[in-house]
Design a protein around this ligand. Structure first.
Ligand SMILES: [Zn+2]
Length: 120
């Protein structure tokens, strides 16, 4: 096989590829600018904007952090972690997420409609 026959397959995320930075759901409809930050307890490093689905964006706009935690912890990604974790770890997970979200709320900037080609 000649080298010229080797084709480079470019992988593009489908339009629905972006996921919500909170619940991991789709579609993403808004992004929030955010100052970069790190959290101590959860050792989370946030760089750049956060993507949000419609439901999470509503909770963010309402500054409903407990509602956001309820929603995120019930989402498939976290629901499994919560289900498999011992009791004390479940509340720890919630506390760590809460710290992340508080830091996000403090660093959050403008909300803009999500564009498919936006870099997150
Ligand atoms: Zn979401």
């Amino acid at each position: 096989m000649k080298a010229s026959n080797v084709s480079v397959i470019e992988i593009h995320a489908p339009p629905s590829g972006a996921i919500c930075d909170f619940c991991s759901g789709r579609p993403v409809v808004f992004t929030y600018e955010a100052q970069d930050f790190e959290t101590v307890e959860s050792v989370m490093q946030s760089v750049g904007a956060w993507a949000a689905c419609a439901e999470c964006a509503k909770l963010v706009d309402d500054r409903n952090i407990e509602g956001l935690l309820d929603r995120v912890l019930a989402a498939p990604l976290f629901a499994r972690m919560v289900r498999d974790a011992p009791g004390e770890h479940q509340s720890m997970l919630r506390e760590k997420l809460k710290e992340d979200y508080y830091a996000f709320f403090l660093s959050k900037g403008a909300k803009t409609p999500y564009e498919e080609n936006a870099k997150l």
